[in-house]
Design a protein around this ligand. Structure first.
Ligand SMILES: *[C@@H]1O[C@H](CO)[C@@H](O)[C@H](O)[C@H]1NC(C)=O
Length: 269
């Protein structure tokens, strides 16, 4: 029986063939005896599971190629989820199906690294790869299959933002409240707490009223909201497109809260 299962798995070309053609073993049948419509894990393979049919008979089911059993009605697709989300392999069980790869997909379903980019990765769904971009300054970490702080991704180059200050704060020219915090050569986007602004000389957040060009407007408007809502309302102000941090001699008008600039827009909320 065991040989037969291995034979089937090795020569499976599609997850509908192979192990699912085999009959569930006695142990599985015993588990199903009083559990109609239940599901439970396969003993050896993460990507197969037992389904007890209405008559209490155990039937071997396969997860979509690249996914692993997650539990009854759990996971992305019928009872199945990404292996890294369900802890497979776990020392006992491994993936049993053959990967069905394709362009940029190692399996039909999954999240996979990009061959040349640290900031991009592939999301594969039923064999179709869609490119994804990590937000902010995050990099794709294939250990956790998602975007991560760059200092957790040792294979990728250190970031140019931090080339002069590998550990410390770095000014973002056009923002009063945001700045980069470099940690081990990798930038993390930071934001000063409400009421504070980034002092470009001291390189830290200080009371906004003491930071030239970043003083709060003489209204009750919340300066943080002002920055979020920037955009077209400021777009036609003179020189707003290229002006950096306002100079101290400039009148402290609401203009200080930045026109829409790509550097600010990139970081979103
Ligand atoms: C997967 O793609 C195939 C065609 O490549 C299609 O026949 C099948 O229905 C799709 N399955 C799902 C679950 O979308």
């Amino acid at each position: 029986m065991k040989f037969l299962i291995i034979f089937f798995v090795l020569f499976a070309t599609n997850f509908d063939f192979g192990l699912t053609q085999a009959r569930a073993g006695q142990a599985a049948q015993n588990l199903c005896r009083n559990k109609n419509n239940g599901v439970f894990p396969h003993e050896e393979y993460c990507d197969y599971y037992y389904q007890c049919d209405a008559s209490g008979e155990a039937v071997i089911e396969a997860c979509p190629n690249g996914l692993a059993f997650a539990g009854h009605k759990r996971g992305l697709v019928t009872n199945c989820d990404y292996p890294h989300r369900v802890g497979c392999p776990d020392g006992t069980r491994v993936m049993g199906q053959q990967p069905i790869g394709g362009d940029n997909c190692q399996w039909q379903y999954g999240v996979f690294p990009h061959a040349t980019s640290c900031t991009r990765y592939w999301h594969c769904w039923n064999g179709t790869a869609t490119i994804q971009q990590c937000p902010f300054s995050l990099l794709y970490n294939d250990v956790i299959h998602s975007c991560d702080w760059p200092d957790n991704v040792p294979d990728c180059q250190k970031h140019p933002i931090c080339k002069d200050v590998p550990n410390g704060a770095v000014l973002i020219e056009k923002s009063c409240v945001r700045y980069w915090l470099c940690v081990g050569g990798y930038p993390r986007l930071q934001r000063c707490p409400a009421g504070l602004a980034f002092n470009p000389t001291a390189l830290r957040c200080e009371l906004a009223s003491t930071v030239a060009g970043c003083e709060p407007p003489p209204t009750t408007a919340n300066p943080e909201d002002d920055e979020e809502e920037q955009g077209d309302s400021n777009a036609n102000k003179p020189s707003s497109g290229t002006q950096a941090r306002p100079q101290p001699q400039n009148a402290p008008t609401p203009q200080q809260f930045r026109p829409s600039q790509s550097g600010v827009r990139l970081v979103g909320k």
